[in-house]
Design a protein around this ligand. Structure first.
Ligand code: CP
Length: 323
């Protein structure tokens, strides 16, 4: 594979447009970067001199902080902009905000936005690298990459695994990015959830649809359990949260019925007792916190590659001392 074929280009907007080789290159680049976060001094000079803006139009705990840690551990200068405290509340457009930031000579923008397509829209209008940290119900590529890395850590491969994404697929950018990433890496992908929370024609993406959670748990090697996105729902998607848990909840009772080591992921934030039981989140099948740890390494890898780093030089780059 040539360097040009592995290069990500200017932006990371989604996994739909990446090749399997590019996705593997990101995961492989994340491997050496994992160790940086285990050091007493968690810093290497890989992105020294780069200025990165984290522009978040929606609330976030994991993604925003994980990007900030990744940027700081690679020695970039970072600025966080919460739109509620910016001139967006005075009516400034997304493009004007970004162009004003560019006028201050930034290098990259990490954007989370409520509108699907916002990251692509911005990427086409500014010179800086744009990284999508979640746009509407479209894609959340770094979440899917950290999910893939966590599955690969635990199962040693992605190819041939049965992975079922459970819950609110309709509103989920995590589901879309995971479906693209998993299929490209050769997994068998299924979804399971109430009919009201499955996009029409989802099968056309190449996934199987399960109507019953028990059936999907029997089939799967890995479950990725999604949050019921209560803030995006109008009324009427599910009769009640209790009913949702009764019919589609990943419960300890259902896990106990299985005679296998099912790996359970959840992108967070978790609605304990709704889509997943509290003791399952904290139990031996769950890798929820390892996903969060891997998120920092994956985001370091994305930043490094977009800044022109080469996957095969990541090991050497992380050994460079802070001057
Ligand atoms: N998984 C995820 O995107 O979490 P946050 O909304 O807290 O960033």
């Amino acid at each position: 594979m040539t360097r040009a074929a592995l290069a990500l280009g200017k932006d990371l907007v989604g996994l739909e447009r990446l090749t399997d080789a590019q996705i593997r290159a990101i995961l492989d680049t994340a491997e050496p970067f994992k160790e940086i976060s285990e050091r007493p001094i968690k810093k290497v000079p890989v992105l020294r001199g780069k200025t990165i803006v984290n522009l978040f139009f929606e609330p976030s705990t994991r993604t925003r902080i994980s990007f900030e840690f990744a940027e700081k551990r690679l020695s970039a200068d970072t600025v966080n902009i919460a739109t509620s405290a910016s001139s967006v509340v005075k009516g400034e457009t997304l493009v004007d905000t970004a162009r004003n930031l560019e006028a201050m000579r930034i290098d990259m923008v990490v954007i989370r936005h409520w509108a699907s397509g916002a990251a692509q829209f911005l990427a086409e209008r500014i010179r800086s690298n744009v990284i999508n940290a979640g746009d509407g119900a479209h894609e959340h590529p770094t979440q899917a990459l950290l999910d893939l890395l966590t599955i690969r850590d635990h199962r040693g491969r992605i190819e041939g695994l049965n992975v079922c994404i459970v819950g609110d697929i309709l509103h989920s950018r995590v589901a879309r990015s995971n479906i693209w990433g998993l299929l490209k890496l050769g997994a068998n992908v299924a979804v399971c959830g109430p009919k009201t929370l499955l996009p029409l024609g989802i099968e056309s993406l190449g996934v199987t649809v399960f109507k019953h959670i028990e059936e999907s748990m029997e089939w799967a090697d890995v479950l990725n359990v999604l949050r019921l996105q209560l803030e995006r729902m109008q009324t009427g998607y599910v009769p009640s949260l209790r009913e949702y848990n009764r019919v589609f909840g990943v419960t300890s009772a259902r896990l106990c019925e299985l005679d296998k080591e099912l790996l359970i992921l959840h992108p967070g934030p978790v609605n304990r007792g709704v889509e997943i039981d509290s003791d399952v989140v904290d139990g031996p099948h769950s890798v929820v916190l390892q996903q969060v740890t891997n998120g920092v390494a994956v985001r370091m890898a994305v930043l490094y590659l977009l800044a022109g780093g080469q996957p095969e030089q990541a090991e050497a780059a992380k050994r460079a001392d802070e001057a």
